[in-house]
Write a protein that binds this ligand. Structure first.
Ligand code: ADP
Ligand code: MN
Ligand code: MN
Ligand code: MN
Length: 343
């Protein structure tokens, strides 16, 4: 009898769970025929992810974004999914924030909104930030931001592995830097459209957690990982439309729209948890209960970069989103608020 050789590849299905207030990233592996390019829907036990009761536990995974798996290599892929109900109609699950983000982009896509997101995070090991002494604190903040040297830096090998992985996955990673607090880092994704920027942030977060796991380190997106005179972790969200990239008046219109009555509270509620702890008015932030915008002002809620003021066109930076924000929610809010005002 002739033996059949069945060639296969792995697809890592990734989704966002329903844990509150902050969801976890989940993933599981599907073995599919080698060369597969169309990925089918799949299911999981929602009762184990805070997405369904035990007696009606099935949830549906709908593939929305596929890229090479840079960890496994070969033909293996990562398959980002959103979560739907098992009702045969692919109704978005209540925990699915992507569907509304897609709707905002469909409504205002003609304005060509684009996003660049600065994702800050902090490495932890044995209950303290990486590089911190067992007792007490490291030397005060000052030398760590964009630092070089073994006293100034902790975790660079993990950062390099993550950056390489993002590049090999084909993500639009545009830079990385060490942050103000020892053990804290940043990477940037974009510029990309409303939905794609958010999809890529979630895949980049997956890769960060997965790679840090190999180093026995936890990567945290806590907004204020250490109380006191230590910087919090944000996700500055840079935004523009075609009109903003061509003129200054639309830049001001967008800044004003974000500060309009009702919008301040609505946005803050969707910008992740820990705003009261992080947005103190110190450590390069505006207070969470105040709104301001200004040129080059890192103490403002929204900053107009100096180059943008000089060129009289470009983009704005909303500095309020916390590191733990859901980019589907942040990008939906900014797209709706700014594009409505610019329409
Ligand atoms: P910062 O000085 O605040 O640390 P970064 O260099 O970390 O700035 O991040 C700037 C971000 O702005 C990048 O993610 C980049 O992709 C994004 N960006 C640049 N131009 C635009 C634009 N026209 N619209 C939206 N985002 C943009
Ligand atoms: Mn930055
Ligand atoms: Mn930063
Ligand atoms: Mn910034």
């Amino acid at each position: 009898m002739e033996e059949m050789i069945y060639m296969a590849m792995r697809a890592e299905y990734i989704w966002i769970d329903g844990t509150k207030p902050l969801p976890y990233v989940r993933s599981k592996t599907k073995i599919v025929p080698d060369g597969t390019t169309e990925f089918s829907i799949w299911g999981f036990d929602g009762s184990s992810t805070n997405q369904a009761p035990g007696d009606n536990s099935d949830c549906v995974l709908r593939p929305v974004f596929v890229c090479p798996d840079p960890i496994r290599g070969g033909n293996d892929v990562l398959v980002l999914c959103d979560v739907c109900l098992p009702d045969g109609k692919m109704t978005p699950h209540p925990s699915n924030t992507r569907a509304a983000c897609v709707a905002a982009y469909e409504k205002y896509g003609d304005q060509e909104p684009i996003f660049g997101i600065e994702q800050e995070y902090t490495f932890f090991q044995e209950g303290r930030p990486l590089g911190w002494p067992v007792e007490g604190y490291p030397a005060p903040q000052g030398p760590y931001y964009c630092g070089v040297g073994s006293i100034e830096i902790a975790g660079r090998d993990i950062v390099e592995a993550h950056t390489t992985a993002c590049m090999n996955a084909g993500l639009t990673i545009s830079g990385t830097n060490a942050e103000v607090m020892l053990g804290q880092w940043e990477f940037q994704i974009g510029p990309l459209d409303t939905v794609r920027a958010a999809d890529e942030i979630w895949v980049a977060r997956y890769l960060l957690y997965r790679i840090a796991e190999d180093f026995g380190v936890d990567a945290s997106v806590d907004a204020k990982p250490v109380r006191g005179d230590w910087n919090g972790a944000g996700a500055h969200t840079n935004f523009s439309t075609k009109a903003m990239r061509e003129g200054y008046e639309p830049i001001i219109t967008a800044c004003e729209a974000l500060g309009a009555e009702g919008k301040i509270a609505e946005h803050l509620a969707g910008y992740g948890t820990g705003s009261e702890e992080r947005l103190t008015g110190h450590h390069e932030t505006q207070r969470f209960d105040e709104y301001s915008y200004g040129v080059s002002d890192r103490g403002a809620s929204v900053r107009i970069p100096w180059q943008v003021h000089l060129d009289q066109k470009g983009y704005i930076e909303d500095r309020r989103p916390n590191a733990n924000m859901d980019p589907y929610v942040v990008n939906r809010l900014i797209t709706n608020t700014c594009c409505e005002a610019l329409a």
